[in-house]
Design a protein around this ligand. Structure first.
Ligand code: ASP
Length: 645
């Protein structure tokens, strides 16, 4: 896509007419909001010294006197200079006559990426010199005056998208990296989508944008929190993982439709594609059920979806957590392609294959398989070997590959033990074709599914690197995952329970009785939104009954209820039934823009290790400055070097 065409596509959505679907609470406030959002094309040059942007000039501007400001993209033989701003490129003719010597000097001597201001006339390019590849390619600027606004020193890297540079270098000089087309596109698209989300939520559906504190206190369960020292000895604030408690308290306070572009903080160490601070579109509403929240989000995404992408089709399909695990081996299935997990246990009930017999005789013992289309053609022996090794190393599971040859013969270590009737049944169940590969495993249901779920994704990647088109890059496949269990066994102590979502999630109405008998079996009113195999949102209907909330916290989760006494108390003062959701904005924009990492859609992200490579945060503090906080650093013995630094 060329520079300006993406921009006009990005902004075209602004003039979309507003449909009024709700009754405004305060008529005049509503009207003024609608008016402001109905503005046509933005004025890109208002209040600035420029008259136009570099990318907007066309033949229709011929003869106009313009002033442009931009960065020098390149210079050709001291006769032309190409000026760039966020809107595009324009060619400026460097005057050659003696009377314009000072202008020529500025334009010829300023290094590339210097920022200049030029004034002159829009003229047409001489016949034959038009550049159809450039949106401004029919015109050029005949300069009268030029001013060097600021010169550019030698750059650490060239500002060209095709120039490969390490991510560390990009992050160190982020302000330069932001000049790239890709970063400009990503951040401007992000801003547009958020703007449309605000419009949808506040103007069309009466939500109220409310900021909640970021200096808060520790919350039980969930992710690790960042601590902020206070001047009171031994007392700390915590940065919230999300505004969860506040948004529920807002419901108690009668602000029955809340939304916020909320900054959240989780100190989870270095994890690929996570950020210690990230942004959620955080939503809560009263008097709503699960389907209400789901429809709200479908509408929100449909409304805010960029115009240059295929429209979002609603409603999104739904699977239960149990189905997702059984069919895709994960609670965030990538539904852009098949290769589903098939239970083939029944085929092998009377098998002579010893280890299959063994597994099937155990409780929850199953035989499962996935079929890799044209795997015999695309996968090499060594791929199969590494698949088997992965299964053995990470899951302690055997994988049996079955290759289907063109002559429909089976090539597998177990082929001779599979009876003809079993073979036909397998072909029917798995819908196998010639040259497919079936990967078969036997074991406990959840373990077998998780393994095959991983292999499904692994094989999809492999097939695609070998040239097969399995996942349409323009496809956005949304999916709701519902009916999660309310609790999961704690990782560090599987006999104890932890919340699958968070402790404020309400149980499934038909499973409430299980809380008092078999809490592990209780399902919840928790829903996740998945896009192309990534969790992009999650939420739940909340517990609004203080007694039930206290029972879950104290009795089932063994949490210290004192920490949440404010919330429990609030629930007792006429808390309305409520529910909500949060969308992970960074991940959503990352998927929409097809960026390789969420760092590419955040203006100033932290590195993989949580550092700001530009400013070197986190940084050390002189011990003097720690005194007011009553804090002393106890240095680990191996970090002397760091301290010296
Ligand atoms: N606060 C939750 C989260 O951050 C989302 C929600 O339940 O609304 O995952």
């Amino acid at each position: 896509m060329s520079f300006p065409s993406w921009l006009s596509q990005l902004y075209r959505g602004l003039s979309r007419p507003i449909r009024r679907t709700t009754q405004p609470i305060w008529g005049s406030l509503y009207r003024s909001l609608v008016q402001s959002s109905q503005r046509r094309n933005p004025e890109f040059s208002s209040f600035a010294v420029r008259t136009n942007t570099c990318g907007e000039l066309r033949s229709s501007h011929l003869g106009q006197e313009v002033t442009l400001c931009g960065w020098i993209q390149y210079r050709r033989q001291n006769t032309f200079l190409v000026l760039r701003d966020f809107h595009g490129l324009v060619q400026v003719v460097i005057p050659q006559d003696e009377s314009a010597a000072s202008v020529r000097k500025i334009l010829c001597e300023a290094p590339v990426e210097s920022v200049v201001q030029v004034s002159g006339t829009v003229i047409s390019r001489p016949a034959g010199q038009e550049n159809p590849k450039m949106p401004t390619g029919e015109i050029e600027i005949k300069v009268k005056t030029a001013e060097l606004l600021n010169a550019c020193k030698k750059l650490p890297f060239e500002i060209k998208d095709f120039m490969k540079k390490t991510e560390a270098l990009r992050l160190q000089y982020r302000y330069l990296d932001l000049r790239s087309f890709q970063m400009q596109y990503n951040l401007r698209l992000r801003s547009q989508m958020v703007m449309k989300m605000r419009e949808y939520l506040c103007n069309l559906h009466g939500f109220v944008d409310i900021e909640t504190p970021t200096l808060f206190k520790r919350t039980p369960g969930g992710a690790k929190e960042f601590l902020v020292p206070s001047r009171e000895p031994g007392k700390f604030y915590s940065l919230p993982q999300s505004p969860q408690q506040f948004k529920q308290l807002l419901m108690v306070g009668g602000l029955d439709r809340y939304f916020q572009v909320a900054r959240c903080y989780r100190d989870e160490g270095s994890r690929p594609d996570r950020q210690p601070e990230f942004t959620q579109i955080d939503i809560e509403m009263s008097f709503v059920d699960q389907t209400g929240i789901q429809s709200l989000i479908e509408g929100l995404l449909q409304y805010s979806w960029p115009n240059d992408k295929d429209p979002v089709v609603v409603p999104f399909p739904t699977v239960t957590f149990t189905e997702a695990l059984a069919t895709y081996g994960t609670d965030k299935p990538d539904t852009r392609f098949g290769m589903k997990i098939i239970d083939i246990s029944d085929v092998f009930r009377n098998t002579e294959i010893g280890f299959l017999q063994d597994v099937l005789s155990k409780p929850h013992g199953t035989v499962k398989a996935i079929c890799i289309p044209e795997g015999a053609k695309y996968l090499k022996r060594k791929d199969i070997e590494s698949i088997r090794k992965f299964a053995a190393d990470h899951f302690n599971q055997e994988i049996l590959p079955v290759f289907l040859n063109a002559n429909r013969n089976w090539n597998s270590p177990v082929a001779s033990f599979i009876m003809e009737s079993q073979r036909l049944e397998l072909i029917r169940l798995m819908d196998t074709q010639e040259e497919d590969v079936v990967l078969l495993t036997a074991g406990e249901h959840n373990k077998a599914c998780s393994l095959l779920g991983k292999l499904r994704l692994e094989c999809a990647d492999l097939l695609e690197t070998r040239g097969m088109v399995l996942r349409d890059p323009t496809l956005f496949s949304f999916l709701w995952v519902v009916d999660f269990p309310l609790f999961l066994p704690k990782e560090e102590n599987p006999r104890e329970l932890e919340s699958a979502h968070h402790p404020f999630t309400a149980p499934h109405p038909s499973d409430i009785h299980l809380l008092y008998t078999e809490p592990k079996k209780a399902r919840s009113q928790h829903y996740d939104l998945v896009l192309n195999g990534n969790e992009i949102g999650g939420g739940s209907i909340r517990i609004h009954n203080a007694e039930l909330q206290r029972y879950i916290l104290a009795t089932l989760l063994k949490e210290d209820v004192k920490m949440l006494s404010h919330l429990l108390q609030a629930l007792d003062y006429g808390a309305p039934p409520h529910g909500g959701i949060a969308l992970g904005l960074d991940r959503l924009i990352c998927l929409v823009t097809g960026s390789p990492s969420i760092r590419d859609v955040i203006a100033f992200p932290k590195s993989f290790r949580g550092h700001d490579l530009m400013s070197n945060a986190p940084d050390s503090i002189p011990s003097e400055e720690l005194k007011p906080y009553h804090i002393r650093v106890s240095w680990p013995t191996d970090s002397k070097a760091e301290r010296a630094h």
